[in-house]
Design a protein around this ligand. Structure first.
Ligand code: QUE
Length: 330
């Protein structure tokens, strides 16, 4: 456990590298506003340092890379009617995500634990996403009536086949090797090799990632792909449900049960978001996401979803379905 006096973000120069440690292990390194501002400041400082060859991003505590954003706090702000507070958080986070995409040198994330939501946002736009056998990646926002954000409305529709729709709607959790298979991660390196890889990176040698990486054989994603594409490659939720029902398999029944727990509004918003994001730039996708947060965080499902999953942890959200999804896109 870190104590309250320890900084939640530690950014410094080590050798030829800039290093950033997300350091809120008691909250699985979930990003709060000071951490987001700290990463943005580090990006600017590192850019201005011509001797700095690459950046290494890590999570403290051994269990998580980064579990997401500080959605408990967002719920409190939303319930208090503090729209400006909600806006400040997401606007800063998404601007930082774009700055990572535009960072001109290697941005190397070492993902050795849970990496969800905001954790995907600080890694996926960089050049190298290194995962270990302990990595677990997901975009689980439909469970809390949010939607896949942090630029994933750009990333997910560009994954092969219907993988993006599947990951976004079900919040499926991918192990490290599966994340490489799906294209969210770029390299698999065993946890045991991370200290040696890190030492090489501090010498400024980004090529070390390739040398330490192990090949990932086609696995569970390849096996599920035909069914994922058959069932999740549809434009509407009813047609996705119909396709799952027609499969008549245990896998398809599992997917239907998962979808039945998610916010119906959030799923419809998510499907439309990824449909639009497919042909948009990352900057435009982030702007679309920011507009969506204004409506989505005011919808009763958001506070209820965070309550059910993260506050009371009863996992029994009482959703308030709504008829017109187009309204959410404002
Ligand atoms: C969906 C999410 C998040 C989530 C769970 C979901 C999310 C998030 C966290 C989280 C988890 C553990 C913590 C914490 C936050 O969980 O965004 O502070 O200790 O941050 O189903 O979007």
């Amino acid at each position: 456990m870190s104590d309250a006096t320890e900084p939640s973000l530690i950014a410094r120069r080590e050798g030829a590298a800039g290093t950033i440690l997300m350091n809120r292990p008691h909250a699985l390194n979930a990003l709060d506003l000071p951490m987001i501002e700290g990463i943005a400041r580090a990006l600017a400082d590192f850019r201005a340092d011509p001797a700095l060859r690459l950046v290494v991003l890590e999570g403290a505590g051994g269990r998580a890379f980064c579990a997401g954003g500080d959605v408990r706090r967002m719920r409190e702000l939303a319930l208090a009617g503090d729209a400006a507070g909600v806006e400040a958080f997401f606007a800063n986070e998404y601007a930082m995500n774009l700055a990572i995409a535009e960072f001109p040198r290697p941005w190397i994330s070492l993902i050795d634990g849970v990496c969800m939501g905001g954790g995907i946002g600080v890694s996926v736009h960089g050049s190298h996403r290194v995962v270990t056998e302990h990595a677990l990646l997901a975009m689980p926002e439909t469970a809390i009536a949010l939607f896949p954000d942090v630029g994933t409305s750009y990333v997910l529709p560009r994954l092969p086949g219907a993988l993006g729709n599947w990951l976004a709607l079900t919040g499926a959790r991918l192990k490290g090797a599966e994340a490489v298979e799906a294209g969210l991660a770029t390299h698999f390196v065993p946890r045991d090799s991370l200290p040696a890889l890190r030492a090489a990176l501090l010498e400024g040698d980004a090529g070390a990632v390739e040398r330490f990486a192990q090949p990932v054989p086609p696995g569970s994603i390849a096996a599920q792909r035909p069914a994922i594409d058959r069932c999740f490659g549809h434009e509407t939720l009813p047609s996705i449900r119909d396709a799952l029902a027609a499969e008549d398999s245990d896998w398809a029944r599992d997917q239907l049960a998962i979808l039945a727990r998610m916010s119906p509004t959030s799923m419809a918003v998510t499907l439309e978001l990824l449909r639009r994001g497919r042909t948009m730039s990352l900057a435009d996708c982030l702007q679309m996401e920011l507009r969506l947060t204004r409506k989505v965080t005011r919808h009763p499902d958001f506070a209820e979803g965070v309550r059910a999953v993260l506050v009371d942890k009863d996992n029994a959200p009482r959703w308030t379905p709504q008829a017109k999804i187009e309204d959410m896109f404002g």
